[in-house]
Design a protein. Structure first.
Length: 421
C-alpha cells in the first residue's frame, strides 16, 4: 500500500509545487476516497512539507451552512490551540476578525475574506492549501458557484500562495465539466473505484521494484478480491503462496492470519471440515504467539465451523473461552453474539439450564445497548426453553417481558405515524 499512497502523494505534490496551478478538482466518489484523504493527511503531517493544509469534510447542503461549518471548525481549532498556549503561559492566538464574522455578508464573499485573513498571517514562503471535500453535495449548482467564486478571487494578489483542492463526484461531477481546460485548473481522476483499484494492486503486486513485504500485503488484499468474486481456487493458491512466503521470512503473526483466511475461504463455501482444520492450525499458532486478539477471533471462527458440523459440545469449548475474553475486553456486540450461539448449542445438547443462563445474559446486554430486535429474539427463545423445562414461573416472566417489549414497540410506531400526519 505504501507505494500506492506514495503515487497519490506524488500527484498531489505535482499540483502543490506548480505555481501556475491554483485549483485541483478531485473527481472521486466519497466511498472510494479513503486512500486519497489518507494521502492528504500524510502530506499535512509531513514536516518536510512547509505548506499549511486546512481540510474541511462536512456535507454541503447550501452555501450558508457549509461556510458556517468552516468557520465553526476554525473557531474550535483556535480554542483548542489557545487552551494549550494558556497552559504554557504563551501569547494566545487572535480570534477570527470581525469582518469575517458578519453573517449578513454573502457566504462566498465571507469565505473569501477568511482566505485573505489566513493568508495575511502566514509567512509568504508557506503556501496555504484549502481542502474542501464534502461527503455529499446536496446543491451542486451552489457548490460550483462557491468554488468558482473563490477560484476567481485567487487571481488577486492578496491570495498569492493560496491553492484550493475541491472534491467532485466522478459519476456526476459538479465542477469538472465547467472548469476543466482552464490553464490554472488541474482535474485529477485517481481511479480508486474497486475495479480500477484491483487492477492497480495487481500491477503493483507483480512489480519487482516494490519491496517483497509490500507485495505480500497486496496479495493478501487481492485474495480478498478473489473471494468477493468467487474465484475460490485462485484465492486458495494465492493464500498458500503467502503462507510459504511468511514461513520463509519467519513472520508467524502473518502466517496465523493467512491460516485463518484459508479457513474463511472454506467456510464461505460450506466446507466445514476443511475450515475447521485451518482454523485449528491458526488458533494453535496464535496461542504460541500469545496473541489474545487473534486467538479470540479464530476461536469464534473455529466454534462456528464446529457448530455447522453439529459438533455442539466442542463448539462450546471455544465459545465459552471467547465469551470470557469478550466480556473482559468490553466487546458487548461480540459477547452477545457468542452468548446466543452458546444458548443455541446448549439447547441442542439438552443443557437447557445452561442455554437459559446464556440467553438471559444476552437479553440483559441487548437491553443495555437498546437492541430491541435482539432482546425480542432472546426472550422468544427463553419462552421455548422454559416451556420445555416446565418452569411456569420463568416462562411467564419471559412471556410478560416479551409482551411488554412488543407493546412498547407498537406504541412508538403509532406515535411516529401520528407525528408524520
Amino acid at each position: 500500500m505504501k507505494s500506492i499512497l506514495q503515487g497519490i502523494q506524488a500527484d498531489l505534490r505535482d499540483f502543490i509545487d506548480r505555481p501556475s496551478l491554483s485549483l485541483l478538482i478531485v473527481c472521486c466518489e466519497i466511498e472510494h476516497s479513503a486512500l486519497l484523504l489518507k494521502s492528504l493527511d500524510s502530506l499535512e503531517q509531513d514536516t518536510a512539507v512547509p505548506d499549511i493544509f486546512l481540510t474541511f469534510s462536512h456535507e454541503f447542503d447550501n452555501q450558508s451552512s457549509y461556510v458556517e461549518g468552516i468557520f465553526a471548525a476554525l473557531r474550535q481549532q483556535t480554542a483548542q490551540i489557545n487552551e494549550e498556549l494558556a497552559k504554557r503561559g504563551a501569547q494566545l492566538m487572535a480570534g477570527l476578525p470581525a469582518e469575517t464574522e458578519d453573517q449578513s455578508t454573502p457566504p462566498a464573499i465571507r469565505l473569501a475574506k477568511l482566505l485573505r485573513n489566513v493568508r495575511s498571517v502566514i509567512p509568504n514562503e508557506r503556501q496555504v492549501i484549502w481542502v474542501f471535500y464534502p461527503p455529499e453535495v446536496i446543491d451542486q449548482h451552489r457548490y460550483f458557484q462557491l468554488i468558482a467564486y473563490l477560484f476567481g478571487e485567487m487571481e488577486k494578489s492578496s491570495l498569492n500562495g493560496v491553492k484550493l483542492i475541491a472534491g467532485d463526484g466522478d459519476l456526476s461531477p459538479a465542477l469538472a465539466p465547467r472548469l476543466e481546460g482552464h490553464p490554472r485548473v488541474k482535474v485529477y481522476r485517481p481511479k480508486l473505484d474497486p475495479e480500477s483499484f484491483e487492477k492497480l494492486l495487481k500491477a503493483k503486486a507483480s512489480d519487482p521494484a516494490v519491496p517483497a513485504e509490500e507485495r505480500a500485503q497486496m496479495h493478501m488484499m487481492l485474495a480478498g478480491y478473489d473471494v468477493a468474486h468467487q474465484r475460490f481456487d485462485i484465492a486458495l493458491a494465492r493464500n498458500k503462496e503467502l503462507l510459504a512466503y511468511f514461513a520463509h521470512v519467519n513472520q508467524p503473526y502473518n502466517r496465523s492470519i493467512v491460516l485463518n483466511n484459508i479457513g474463511d475461504l472454506y467456510y464461505i463455501q460450506n466446507r466445514w471440515s476443511e475450515a475447521r482444520t485451518w482454523y485449528e492450525r491458526a488458533v494453535s499458532l496464535s496461542a504460541e504467539l500469545k496473541s489474545q486478539p487473534l486467538v479470540f477471533n479464530q476461536s469464534v471462527n473455529l466454534g462456528n465451523a464446529l457448530l455447522m458440523q453439529n459438533n455442539f459440545a466442542q463448539s462450546l469449548i471455544y465459545y465459552r473461552a471467547s465469551e470470557k475474553y469478550a466480556e473482559s475486553s468490553g466487546m458487548l456486540i461480540q459477547q452477545i453474539q457468542i452468548l446466543e450461539r452458546i444458548g443455541f448449542a446448549c439447547h441442542k445438547t439438552g443443557e437447557l439450564e445452561e442455554a437459559a443462563e446464556a440467553l438471559e445474559k444476552a437479553a440483559r446486554l441487548n437491553e443495555k445497548i437498546e437492541n430491541i430486535e435482539g432482546r425480542q429474539a432472546n426472550l422468544e427463545q427463553l419462552c421455548q426453553i422454559y416451556s420445555e423445562l416446565g418452569d411456569k414461573r420463568r416462562f411467564w416472566e419471559s412471556q410478560s417481558a416479551l409482551s411488554e417489549l412488543i407493546a412498547n414497540e407498537r406504541a412508538e410506531e403509532s406515535e411516529g405515524e401520528e407525528g408524520e400526519v
